[in-house]
Design a protein around this ligand. Structure first.
Ligand SMILES: [Zn+2]
Length: 167
C-alpha cells in the first residue's frame, strides 16, 4: 500500500475534521460551539416545553467491561452508551433546561423542560453519584450544588471532597 505524503494527509484530515469532526456540528435544530467551559450544544431555533430536541444515539457498550468516559450515558443494567455528536457535548447544569428520556431500548431523547430560545445552551442534569473524580460544577445556576452530582449525593460529595483534601 502506498503511504500518503504528509501534506496530503494533513489536507485530508482537515476535510474530515470539518465534515465529521468534533466541534463543528451544525444542523437546523442545534449546533456545537464554544461554551463557558469547553464546548456545548446550542439551540438554533425555539423549543417548546416537552418538545423533543434531538434523538441521542451512539455506540453501545456493555457496562461490565467498561469504565466509561466522562460522556457516557447509562441505558439500563446491561448497556451504556457513548453518545455521538452532537449529544456528546451536552453540558451539565444544576438547573437544566432539558432532560433525558429513554425512547427505545437503545436510544435516548433530549426533551425541553421549558421554553428555549434560539442561541441558548442546552444542558441536562447528569445526576452523577459522589465519586472521587467528580469535578466542581461551573453551571452558574443560583441553585448550583457545587459539584456535578445528583442532588441526593451532595452530602456524600462534600464528605468525599474533605477526605480528598486531607490526603
Ligand atoms: Zn451547578
Amino acid at each position: 500500500m502506498k503511504v500518503l505524503e504528509k501534506s496530503r494527509r494533513k489536507k485530508l484530515q482537515r476535510k474530515v475534521d470539518a465534515e465529521y469532526g468534533y466541534r463543528s456540528y451544525r444542523d437546523r435544530d442545534v449546533e456545537v460551539r464554544k461554551a463557558n467551559c469547553g464546548f456545548g450544544v446550542f439551540a438554533r431555533r425555539q423549543f417548546l416545553p416537552g418538545e423533543l430536541i434531538i434523538e441521542i444515539t451512539g455506540q453501545l457498550i456493555e457496562r461490565e467491561s467498561y469504565n466509561g468516559s466522562s460522556f457516557v450515558m447509562e441505558l439500563n443494567d446491561k448497556w451504556s452508551m457513548e453518545p455521538s455528536i452532537p449529544a456528546a457535548f451536552l453540558n451539565h447544569s444544576c438547573s437544566p433546561n432539558a432532560e433525558l428520556l429513554q425512547i427505545t431500548e437503545y436510544t435516548l431523547g433530549l426533551l425541553a423542560l421549558c421554553n428555549i430560545e434560539p442561541g441558548t445552551e442546552l444542558n441536562f442534569d447528569y445526576q452523577w453519584p459522589a465519586l472521587h473524580w467528580i469535578p466542581r460544577c461551573l453551571c452558574g445556576a443560583p441553585v448550583c450544588r457545587g459539584w456535578v452530582v445528583d442532588k441526593n449525593e451532595v452530602k456524600a460529595m462534600k464528605k468525599l471532597a474533605k477526605k480528598n483534601k486531607a490526603r
